[in-house]
Design a protein around this ligand. Structure first.
Ligand code: ATP
Length: 358
């Protein structure tokens, strides 16, 4: 590969269940691209607990801090604190989830050609701030619901969750979306989506900020849809969209829906970007039902690795890897079972490596 040699370090967390089955061959494949990458392996979860007594010891945290980025395999259970650190500790506020049709993949749509949009999901706030409780605890505040027209604690026994939308959190992710639209070929359009009719104070604020920031980018077309309307449009007319920015919960749900548009969760890449750190992970979970079978689709992890290589300024390598993956789909002979094929995870990776001549 003809790349400038700048030494980079990538921390690898292999994850649980079937996740290591896609992380390991991805690391192997990138290593064979000979980019001079150093790999480190912070211990997390049960393995770390057995060795150090803690599921996320300081030494693992230091390895993440010292690395240029982290490649993260999905985790379950006790590995979760490393993910909390990568997200809230490193303030990776923009979760970028591309939805790209690769000709040859098994989309359920009659006409998936040309689908190429990116969901930018706010990653740190909204309902994910983690404040929940008993409705009865709200009695001293005497909060009257705009729609129910009585104090919330009078609804009866129940629970609540807090949705927090901040100016800073919204500004940075919306600005990120506009900057991303500038770098992409094609439509140069940002869509914001939120439920501002029912939630005028919180989602209305997100929309207000999006409209403000849009005025700073006269070269980018801006539009907005209420999130339920957007969900329908994303399915009926996915080719219309370019970059879509939204609060956390909607992004979590709709990006999995978007993965379904192009064929499978096994194709959905993701990167989480902050001011000075980013980490990359497939959008899918640990796929426990197929763990150990060697058939998990590695495409989501490989495409996440493309995003990671781009972030590390290995632009050419990222392009070559993405083209190699696309070419395996175009040929269609060595696809995994979720894509209607009979290839194993390692077969798919071998086919990709062959196209890279490595
Ligand atoms: P988690 O709790 O870790 O999110 P989950 O089972 O709820 O796990 P996923 O791991 O995303 O959620 O899996 C959902 C379904 O999609 C499962 O049937 C799984 O096997 C399938 N799946 C997920 N990722 C892939 C993949 N890369 N290749 C093939 N199938 C996949």
């Amino acid at each position: 590969m003809n790349q400038t040699r700048v030494s980079k370090t990538i921390a690898v967390i292999e994850g649980d269940d079937a996740a290591p089955e896609v992380i390991q061959p991805t690391v192997e494949l990138i290593d064979r691209m000979d980019l001079g990458i150093t790999w480190t392996y912070p211990l997390v979860g049960e393995a770390a607990k057995a060795e150090t007594g803690k599921s996320f010891p300081d030494v693992s945290r230091a390895l993440i801090d010292q690395a240029d980025t982290t490649l993260f395999g999905s985790t379950s259970g006790s590995s979760g604190s490393s993910l909390l650190y990568l997200r809230w500790g490193k303030k990776t506020f923009a979760n970028v989830r591309p939805c790209l049709h690769l000709p040859g993949c098994s989309s359920p749509l009659a006409n998936p050609e040309g689908i190429d949009f990116v969901i930018v999901r706010e990653n740190l706030e909204d309902l994910y701030v983690g404040v929940e409780g008993q409705l009865a605890d709200l009695a001293p505040l005497n909060l009257v619901g705009r729609t129910i027209r009585k104090p919330i604690h009078e609804l009866g026994v129940g629970r609540f969750a807090i949705k927090a939308i901040t100016r800073e959190g919204s500004e940075r992710v919306i600005r990120f979306a506009f900057e991303l639209a500038r770098t992409r070929d094609g439509q140069k359009r940002v869509t914001s989506t939120q439920k501002h009719n029912m939630l005028p104070v919180t989602d209305g604020y997100f929309l207000e900020i999006a409209r403000e920031i849009a005025t700073e980018y006269p070269d980018i077309e801006y539009e907005t849809f209420i999130v339920d309307d957007f969900a329908c449009r994303m399915i009926v007319q996915p080719q219309h969209f370019d970059v879509i920015v939204m609060p956390n919960l909607y992004g979590d749900i709709l990006s999995d829906g978007a993965a379904g548009l192009v064929g499978s969760l096994g194709l959905a890449a993701s990167g989480c970007y902050g001011e000075d750190y980013a980490y990359f992970e497939p959008a899918h979970g640990t796929a426990p039902d197929i763990a150990g079978k060697g058939i998990i689709n590695p495409t989501a992890t490989l495409l996440s690795a493309c995003m990671m290589l781009k972030y590390l300024d290995f632009e050419d390598a990222a392009t070559h890897l993405q083209e190699a993956i696309a070419s395996v789909y175009a040929e269609g002979k060595r696809l995994t079972p979720d894509q209607g094929g009979t290839a194993s995870t390692l077969d798919f990776c071998a086919a990709t490596a062959e196209r890279l001549n490595i």
